[in-house]
Write a protein that binds this ligand. Structure first.
Ligand code: HEC
Length: 159
């Protein structure tokens, strides 16, 4: 009986925890933890770069427009953006690491999250534009994704 109650409470707890899930900043617990999270976030950014690279070339006319590739890479970027909060929320600023992240990220996390949302939306929009096949809109839609990267780098990445 008791264990049934506990299980019920656990299920209830979970069902409340999911919708209420707000992403909060958490200090890294150790240098090892800080190093791991620095690597994780840099890896997500490296993958973002690998996905926007060919799109940038298309926007510049160095590569032919390819709507399949546009859609695939935009979908990947939307998914990668969905991981960013989880990897960025661990505050590594108390450790001297090989990182270009400014400490202000963790003091302005609501703003950081809104920039992440901008990236997600720009990536979602690019998928729609690619699907529509309207060539007159490709360049702008790719440029909009790039602007969301730049907007966050301007504020939170050391140059
Ligand atoms: C919400 C903020 C934010 C957004 C959005 C963002 N970046 Fe970054 N980016 C950063 C920060 C902060 C760093 C520094 C990370 C570090 O060194 O710890 C970084 C680092 C990088 C790096 C270097 C990674 C490394 O290995 O050191 C690349 C490449 C990069 N970003 C590409 C992109 C691209 C491409 C986009 C858009 C598709 C993008 N970023 C969007 C904040 C952002």
């Amino acid at each position: 009986m008791k264990s049934t109650h506990l299980l019920g409470a656990a299920i209830l707890g979970l069902s409340f925890a999911i919708p209420a899930q707000s992403v909060e900043v958490e200090p890294a617990m150790s240098e090892k933890h800080a190093n791991a999270y620095t690597e994780y976030r840099q890896s997500v950014f490296t993958l973002l770069k690998s996905n926007i690279g060919p799109l940038g070339a298309m926007a510049k006319g160095k590569m032919e427009y390819d709507t399949d590739l546009m859609q695939t890479n935009a979908m990947r970027m939307e998914q990668l953006a969905g991981m960013l909060s989880d990897y960025l929320r661990v505050d590594t600023s108390n450790y001297d690491l090989d990182s270009d992240a400014k400490a202000s990220i963790w003091q302005n996390f609501d703003d950081v999250q809104s920039k992440i949302t901008d990236l997600k939306q720009a990536a979602a929009n690019l998928q729609n534009v690619a699907q529509s096949g309207d060539e007159s809109k490709f360049r702008q839609a790719i440029g909009n994704v790039g602007s969301t990267c730049k907007s966050c780098h301007d504020d939170y990445k050391k140059d």
